[in-house]
Every structure is written in structure tokens, then in C-alpha cells.
Design a protein around this ligand. Sequence first.
Ligand code: NDP
Length: 472
Amino acid sequence: MKFPEIEIGLAGLGVMGRNLALNIADRGAAVAVYNRTAGVTRNFIEHEVGNRAIYPAYSIAEFIDLQPKPRAIIILVQSGPPVDMVLKELLLFLDPGDTVIDAGNSHFIDTNRRAKVLANRNLFFVGMGISGGEAGARHGPSLMPGGSRKGYDRVQAIFNAIAAKANSEPCVAYIGAGSAGHYTKMVHNGVEYGLMQLIAESYDLLKRGAGLSVDELAEIYSRWNQEELNSYLIEITAKIFKYRDTATDRPLVDLILDAAKQKGTGKWTSWDAMDLMVPTPSIDIAVAMRGLSSHKAERREASQVLHGPEIKFVGDRDRFITQMKNALFASMLVTFAQGLAQLREASLVYNYGINLESVAKVWRGGCIIRAGLLEGIRAAYRAKPDLPNLLLDPQFAKKLMERQADWREVVKTAVGWGIPVPGLAVSLAYFDGYRSEWLPANLIQAQRDYFGAHTYERLDKEGQFHTDWEKI
Ligand code: NDP
């Protein structure tokens, strides 16, 4: 039976799917829902839906049959083979002109493959990144749709309604062709890894280095969140420090095992950045440090044999906290710069046609990396859409230069204490590398030519050269 009022279908009632369905219905669009395990659908309808216009289906055939044509169907299941499994079933029933939106964290190469299959069937395929977790899906996520423009037009009004709002603007925009949406979500996650590592390093320095208590940290990060570091990740960090374990009355953060897990999107970002030859060291090191953290037993053993300097705080604590804030701000800015430089290059190489101002707009609200800083980033790309790197924006260049003395001081202090701050250090090195007209790569070229006859170019003549280096 068809329900003409149904505007959209949603397949996959996991954490994200259930919340997105409720969000869509609350914004006035009737939605058909389906989940592989029928019990999940039943439970959702019985306990969460109430009198909202959410229509359940217990088979794909019924799901398709409920919806008037042209249909628009969001798939929100585990990324990888589950998406192909759902698509395979949908393809048995969909009609030309229908739109399919894959809103999971799919790898962009998979999205390219699926887009071809659907285009051959005259279906519109939208690969969409979604960020904001459970609360975002329920109350307003950041949405990064890409792919078929016609498909996006079909659902644009609904997406505008359900997306987070920043300064009254919806945090959604058509990102670009092909897999641009999923690529942008991937880089979003890479930046997220980088920012989380930087915040963790600042916590380590203030805790082990400056000897601050968790209560003091809660107060500092709350204050920072009111200032230029204002961001979702700083906000939740302050809240985490405030949270006490009810059983022990100790700060819960102190009871959590120091081994971080990952689902792979940070690694995907680094991989493709390396393929594109775009340096994203602040993201790469964040992935590596999650890896190092996971070797807990080995680190415990190493801590018994590898001794470092004694950590002794000398100086003005308040001054150090201010230096830390400036180092963190500069490093976070550099991490955003790397992610956006990667998106710029990917857009050129993969013909996405991404407008970086739109990306900054979409990231300002609803998503995990939302930050006050993004308003300025958006302004920078509005002023100069082809800006090669945020570090070249005059406002941001000034901010970095004003903070570099504190940034260097923090990294030097951390090295002196033997507290690992690879995120802060590599972000500073990126800044120094980027602003160096000369880098020692001439020596690397000479070495490559020495052992592998890979040739080199010269500063004083055109052409490729090779030297028999043994013949001195
Ligand atoms: P959940 O683990 O909560 O739910 C997974 C869903 O996938 C369930 O509906 C499950 O159905 C379905 N599923 C799994 N395998 C298959 C299959 N082979 N065929 C059909 N359906 C299948 O996941 P989330 O809701 O958290 O995540 C969904 C997507 O959203 C993922 O791509 C995730 O990366 C992405 N995402 C998640 C965020 C989060 O914070 N959780 C944030 C942003 C994106 P069943 O009930 O039958 O098992």
C-alpha cells in the first residue's frame, strides 16, 4: 500500500538511523523505515515513535511499496559490505528516477563504484557524510552530501530542515561531484583525530607537567571554551573532567584505560593524503599515537627499563597555562589547514569541484569538529576561494606568528620533561616547514641519485642530472 505523504525512506535503524528518522519526522516529513532485523523496527515503533509520521516496513519489498515515486531512500548501516547488501536488495525494486543516499561512513572508493552501478540503472546516488553522533542525528547533524545533483535537489528541503543551524544557516551544502561528500566526511574525521590528539597532549602537559588537578583542568577548559578555543571538543573535554564516578567518587577520566581505539577513518585520511602527496602530519601522528596507546602491556614493560628526565615544574603556572592555550590554538589551526589543503588537492585530482567555503560553513555546527575558528576559516575562503593553504590567509598568518613564541616554549618544555607531544611538535614543524623557502631536500635528492641513479634537478641549470658520486 502506498502512502502519498511519505517523503523519504530510511533503511537501517541503528543508533544513527533511529535518531535521524525521529529528527526527519519532527521536522514535518513523513518517513518510511526498514531494518534488517525486524525486532529492531518493532521495538522502535513501539517505544520511540509515538504518534510521529513514521511508517514501518518489515521487508524491502514492503518498504519500497510504501513510498510514492520518485522515491528517496537513505541507507544508514555499517559501512563496507552491509551497504552493498542493502543496495543489492533495493536494486531489485527501485525504479529509474529514484534517489539513494548512502549516509554511512563509506570509503570514497566504494562510493565511486556504487555511483557507477546506480547511474547505469538511471538512479540518482548521493554519497553523504553525516557528523554529530547520536545527538546530532536526533537534533541537528552536519551533513556533507555529494554525488548526483538531481538526487540532492530531491531531498534538499528535508536536509535543510533536519541539519544543525549555525547563525540560523543550515549546516548542509552540496559538497561536490562523485564521492566528494564521503571524502569530505573522511577528512573531517582525520581532522577530528588530529584535534583530539592535540587536546590530549595539552591535558598531559597540564596534568603531569604542571601538576594540575582534574578539577583545575575542568575550570581551565571551560574557560578556554568561552575564548578563541571555543569548540565542541574543548567543551566536552571540560565536561569529562567534571564527571565523577559514582562508585568511587573519583574523576571518571582517571579510571579509564589509556588505550584508544579507532575505526579507520583517520587512517584512510592519512593514506589518501600520502597518495596525493599532501602533507597532513598532524593527522598522521594522531593515528600513530592511537596505535602506540593500544600497546599498553608493552609500554608498561618499557616504562620499567627506559627512564627519562624527572618532570619538575618551575616558573609561573598561569603563564604556562596561557602558553599552552596559544600552542593548542596554533596547532588546531594548522590541523584544519592540513585537512583543507588535502580537500583542495583531492577536489582538483578527483574533479569534485569542492567549494571550501561551503565545507567550512557545513562544519560550523552539528559536527564533532565544530569550532568558533571555522567562522574565520569560512571568511578566509570567501575572500580567496583558491587559497592554497589557510596559513597564507593574512589574519591566520598573524594569529600564528603572534603565538609562535609560546608554541615553541611549550614544545621545548615538553621535550625537556620527556612528555610526548608529537601533535604539537609536528604542527609547529609543519608551520616551520611551510614557511621555509629552503628545505634540506637537496641532500635527499643527492642521496637518491647516489644510491639509485634517480637523477636530480639543479638550481643553476635546467634539466635532469646524474653524477657518478664515487668518482671524487
Ligand atoms: P549501529 O551499529 O548502531 O547500527 C548498524 C545498522 O546497520 C543496524 O541497523 C544493522 O541492522 C545494520 N546492518 C549491519 N549489517 C547489515 C547488513 N549486512 N545488512 C543490512 N543491515 C545491516 O551503527 P550506527 O547507526 O552507529 O552507524 C551507521 C553508519 O553511520 C555507519 O556507517 C557509521 O560509521 C556511520 N556514523 C555513525 C556515527 C555514530 O556516532 N554512531 C556518526 C556518523 C556516522 P541490524 O539491526 O539488522 O543488525
